[in-house]
Design a binder for this molecule. Structure first.
Ligand code: HEC
Ligand code: HEC
Length: 285
């Protein structure tokens, strides 16, 4: 390209950008997942058909079925979301919302929407983002980076157990992770509805995912709008991985962590102080 033509095309590119800028609002509500682009008008039709019965025509969680549902559907006018890769207080990314809609929220009435095509799901996410002006004024912050997972060891698991004690996870989740800690019965969410801590005995899945990476992300970013806080300011990445490996031993699952734990526990279990007020130590550390 000759210098002059290059200059010309630059000028016309700027012209187009200016023109678009003056006609359309800030592009924050555009939704991109992989190479798909979401369109809110197409999403609206899907939303009215599949989502409004719970989340309400206005996105305010006042759908006709909402009264029968516990936990309540998300109120999209608040623009506060539980499952995020972004820090506490931030909007979620498009991928986060897309994954939530695809996965559904286990143990709640929020179904997985795998029956909708990926394009349908990006469109409906686009429409969900029209219910709050926050999507026009704020950008999601950068997703938290998760360093590679180290192999689980008994030292790491025991360290994770100490962190579960010291970070006071037990106050809500209980010493054995049954969701029955001393604070459990008093907790409410951002709409003043009662909310119970997760019970690790219920099985493998979390609302916000299934993998060890998801588990790491859950307590490092927190579940905004619920009492489940973010621990990103208190835990270093290596500590967070130790905690992940300990949490896996609380679940009734055949995981590598549980196997390591069981074989150690059979000979050393008596050395441990139970988790709870003043507890959690032992294990030769
Ligand atoms: C049968 C009721 C029901 C229907 C239908 C439903 N949802 Fe939900 N949805 C819920 C409930 C309940 C929650 C909140 C679960 C919780 O907070 O534990 C929720 C939560 C969400 C969230 C919040 C994710 C987060 O990270 O906080 C999004 C996004 C969402 N729904 C999108 C949709 C979309 C899009 C549709 C339609 C395709 C839809 N929902 C249909 C009940 C429903
Ligand atoms: C103040 C009470 C409180 C404390 C302290 C607390 N949690 Fe939670 N946690 C909750 C509540 C409430 C929920 C359920 C949120 C919901 O259903 O939306 C939860 C949910 C979870 C979940 C499941 C999330 C999902 O996607 O289903 C995990 C994992 C978890 N907490 C881990 C931890 C860990 C690890 C700690 C300590 C480092 C901790 N929590 C400390 C209250 C707490």
């Amino acid at each position: 390209m000759r210098p002059q033509t290059r200059w010309m095309s630059l000028v016309s590119a700027c012209g187009v950008a200016l023109l678009l800028g003056s006609v359309s609002p800030a592009p924050a509500q555009e939704t991109h997942v992989g190479n798909l682009t979401g369109h809110a008008p197409a999403g609206k039709q899907l939303y009215v058909r599949y989502c409004a019965g719970c989340h309400g025509d206005e996105g305010d969680a006042q759908g006709e079925n909402a009264q029968w549902i516990d936990p309540k559907p998300r109120d999209f006018t608040m623009a506060t979301f539980k499952c995020r890769s972004t820090p506490s207080g931030s909007l979620p990314t498009d991928d986060d919302l897309f994954n939530s809609v695809t996965r559904g929220f286990v143990t709640t009435n929020m179904p997985p929407w795998i029956a909708l095509t990926p394009q349908n799901r990006v469109d409906v996410v686009s429409y969900v983002k029209t219910f709050s002006a926050r999507w026009r004024t704020a950008q999601p912050r950068a997703p938290m980076t998760i360093p590679a997972e180290p192999a689980p060891t008994i030292q790491g698991i025991l360290h994770g157990r100490e962190l579960y004690q010291r970070m006071e996870c037990w106050k809500c989740h209980g010493g054995a992770g049954h969701g029955d800690g001393p604070s459990a019965k008093t907790l409410t969410d951002n709409k003043d509805d009662p909310i119970r801590p997760y019970d690790f005995q219920t099985g493998s899945r979390f609302m916000c995912g299934t993998t060890n990476q998801d588990l790491y992300r859950i307590f490092m970013t927190g579940l905004d709008g619920s009492p489940m806080p973010s621990f990103a300011d208190q835990l270093k990445p290596a500590e967070a991985w130790d905690l992940v490996h300990f949490l896996r031993t609380l679940q009734p699952l055949k995981t590598p962590e549980a196997a390591i734990w069981r074989s150690w526990f059979s000979t050393h279990g008596h050395e441990l102080k139970p988790i709870g007020p003043g507890g959690g130590g032992g294990g030769g550390r």
